[in-house]
Design a protein around this ligand. Structure first.
Ligand code: HEM
Length: 516
C-alpha cells in the first residue's frame, strides 16, 4: 500500500489531479510487482509485472468481473438509461457472440473488404479536387487545400482516422450505414475525444464537451436507424430509401441484430451496445494508424525500410481507367503484411507501447492469490518470489502507461525502438519475426481481451503500408527546437487524439519507386 496522508480520501485527490504522475511515482517507489492505492473506500491493486498480470488475466469471471464497469459505461456514456442491468441474459449472450469476431472466416472477410477499399482509394486519398463538393468525404472534414498539381496540405489525424473509418466500417455494418449516416464518420471521433470526461456522467462544463455529447447523440440515432432498417429488411418490409437489401452486413452484425431483436431488448440497450461496438472498432485501430505514421515519417530510414519491406505485397490491378494514377486500383496482401513483414508490425507494436495509455479495470468478486515468477522477483532484486492476496471489493488495474514505460521491464523505455519486438525465429530458419511480448498489455487480457485484435492488426498494417507506399508526407506545422515534429497528445487516456491536429503537405509518389 502506497503511503497516503489523508484519511478516507486516500490517494483520491492525487488520482483526480494527476493520475499519470501518481501511478508513475508509485511504480518507481514500489519494491513489488504490485502496489495498492486507496481511493475513498476502494482498494486499487495496480499490477505491473508479466507473471502477475498473466495470473490476473487467467481468473474466471466469477472471480474478476468487468460487468459492473460495462454497465456503468452503458449508462453514463452510451445512454442506456440503466436498462442493460435489467436484461443480464441478453448481455451475457452479447458477450458470447463477440467471440465470432475471432473466427478466421470473420477476420478474413473483414480484412479482405477493408483491404479492397484501401486498394481502390489509396491513390486518391487526396483527390486534388479544389472544390470540396468534388473531394472525398474524409478530405472535406480534413481541411484539405490544394497547393499545386502535385501537393496538397491537410490535417493528417482527421484525414487518416476518417478514411480508415470509411474503409472498415462497411465490413461490419454494411455500405448502407456509411451512405445513410455520413455524419457518423466525424461524430464518432468528436465524441471519443471527450470520452474521459463523459465517463464521469457529469453535465457538460463547456462548449467542446457539449458538442461531443451532441455528436454521441447523433451516433446513437444513426445506429438506431440502422437497427430498424435491418429489422424491416428481415421482415420483408421497406427499410426506407437508400438502405437496399443490406446483404453485405457481417455475420457478427447479423448475429447481434438477431439476439437483440428476438430477445426484445429495449431500444436504449440496442443502441448502447451498437454504439459501444462502433467505438471499440474505430477508436483504437484508426488512431493508432495515425501514431504509427507519425513515427515512420519522422524517421527517413524507418520509412525507407518499411517501404521496401511491404513493396512485394502491394500490386496494381488490371482494371479499366488504370492509366490515370488517381483511378488505379491496387491489391494489398494483408496476410503477408501480418506474417512476413516484421518491421512494420514491430513498429505498430512499439507505437502501442509508447502512445496508447489504456488501463484494464476489473472488479474483484472473490479473494484470490497470485504468485510472481522467479524472473519477476529478480527485477526487484529479490530471490524469493512472493504471493499476494487480492481482496473482494477491490479493483485490479493493469495500467499500460505505468507498465509500458517501466525501466525494469523495458530497456531504455523512453526510446522508440521497434527492434525490441523482433526476434530470430528458430522454427523458421532464424528468420526475423515480430512478436507480441508478455509485458505488452495493449489488448487487455483474459475473458474480456479485445475480440477485434486479429482484424485490427491486419487493417492497421494495411492502412499504414498503403499510405507509406503511395504518399510523401512533409510536416507543415511548428517544430520543436531539435527540429522534430511538434505533436501534442490531447489526453493520456486510451488512444490519444493530437491537439491540435497536425498539418502536413502530401504528394502522391510513384509506388514503383519502392523497388529501389
Ligand atoms: C489496435 C487496435 C485495438 C486495440 C489496441 C484494442 C484494445 C482493446 C482493449 C484494451 C480492450 C479491453 C480489454 C480488456 O478489458 O481486457 C478491448 C476490447 C474490445 N475490443 Fe478492441 N482494440 C483494438 C481494435 C479493435 C477492433 C478493430 C475491434 C472490432 C472489430 C475491437 C473490438 C473489441 C471488442 C468487441 C472488445 C470487448 C471484448 C469483451 O469485452 O469481451 N477492438 N480492445
Amino acid at each position: 500500500m502506497l503511503p497516503h496522508w489523508i484519511p478516507y480520501l486516500g490517494h483520491g485527490l492525487s488520482y483526480v489531479l494527476d493520475y499519470a504522475k501518481l501511478i508513475g511515482q508509485a511504480r518507481d517507489h514500489s519494491r513489488e510487482g504490485i502496489f495498492t492505492l486507496r481511493l475513498l473506500s476502494w482498494k486499487h491493486y495496480v499490477v505491473l509485472t508479466p507473471s502477475l498480470a498473466k495470473q490476473v488475466f487467467a481468473q474466471r469471471q466469477s472471480v474478476l468481473s468487468t460487468y459492473n464497469l460495462f454497465l456503468r459505461m452503458q449508462e453514463l456514456v452510451f445512454g442506456d438509461k440503466g436498462l442493460s442491468a435489467q436484461v443480464p441474459e441478453l448481455e451475457e449472450q452479447y458477450f458470447h457472440n463477440l467471440n465470432v469476431l475471432m473466427l478466421n472466416s470473420a477476420v478474413m472477410d473483414a480484412s479482405n473488404r477493408t483491404a479492397s477499399f484501401v486498394g481502390k482509394t489509396i491513390a486518391s486519398l487526396i483527390s486534388f479536387a479544389k472544390d470540396p463538393v468534388d473531394q472525398m468525404p474524409w478530405e472535406r472534414v480534413s481541411d484539405v487545400r490544394v497547393l499545386d498539381e502535385r501537393q496538397a496540405e491537410g490535417s493528417l489525424f482527421t484525414l487518416v482516422s476518417r478514411w480508415a473509418y470509411c474503409a472498415s466500417m462497411p465490413a461490419m455494418f454494411g455500405q448502407a450505414f456509411l451512405d445513410q449516416c455520413p455524419m457518423a464518420m466525424d461524430d464518432i471521433f468528436l465524441f471519443h475525444a471527450e470520452l474521459p470526461y463523459l465517463v464521469t456522467g457529469l453535465p457538460a462544463p463547456n462548449q467542446k464537451i457539449s458538442e461531443a455529447m451532441q455528436a454521441r447523440d447523433r451516433c446513437r440515432e444513426a445506429v438506431r436507424r440502422w437497427f430498424h432498417a435491418h429489422k424491416a429488411v428481415k421482415e420483408g418490409k421497406d427499410p426506407g430509401a437508400g438502405w437496399g437489401d443490406m446483404k453485405d452486413i457481417s455475420e457478427f452484425a447479423k448475429l447481434q441484430h438477431r439476439l437483440m431483436d428476438d430477445g426484445g431488448a429495449p431500444e436504449e440497450v440496442v443502441c448502447a451496445n451498437l454504439l459501444g461496438f462502433l467505438i471499440l472498432q474505430h477508436t483504437n485501430a484508426n488512431l493508432i494508424a495515425f501514431w504509427v505514421l507519425i513515427h515512420v515519417y519522422a524517421d527517413p530510414h524507418l520509412l525507407q525500410d518499411i517501404r521496401a519491406e511491404v513493396s512485394p505485397y502491394i500490386s496494381k490491378l488490371d482494371e479499366p481507367a488504370s492509366d490515370t494514377p488517381s483511378k488505379s486500383h491496387y491489391s494489398i496482401d494483408h496476410t503477408s503484411l501480418s506474417r512476413l513483414c516484421p518491421l512494420i508490425k514491430a513498429t505498430w507494436l512499439e507505437t502501442m507501447r509508447v502512445d496508447v495509455f489504456g488501463a484494464v479495470f476489473k472488479t474483484i468478486v472473490k479473494d484470490f492469490t497470485i504468485t510472481e515468477s522467479a524472473a519477476d522477483a529478480a527485477l526487484f532484486g529479490r530471490s524469493d518470489p512472493r504471493s499476494y492476496t487480492l481482496k473482494a471489493g477491490g479493483m485490479v488495474v493493469i495500467d499500460n502507461k505505468a507498465s509500458h514505460s517501466d525501466p525494469r521491464l523495458w530497456q531504455n523505455p523512453e526510446q522508440f525502438d521497434p527492434s525490441r519486438f523482433i526476434i530470430r525465429d528458430p522454427l523458421d530458419g532464424g528468420k526475423k519475426k515480430a512478436v507480441f511480448t508478455d509485458q505488452l498489455y495493449s489488448f487487455g487480457g483474459g475473458h474480456s481481451m479485445c475480440k477485434g485484435r486479429t482484424f485490427a492488426e491486419r487493417e492497421l498494417l494495411t492502412f499504414v503500408a498503403a499510405i507509406v507506399t503511395f504518399w510523401d508526407i512533409e510536416y507543415a506545422g511548428p517544430k520543436n527546437e531539435d527540429g522534430s515534429w511538434k505533436v501534442v497528445k490531447g489526453t493520456l487516456a486510451g488512444s490519444p487524439h493530437p491537439r491540435p491536429d497536425i498539418r502536413v503537405k502530401m504528394s502522391r509518389r510513384d509506388p514503383k519507386l519502392n523497388a529501389l
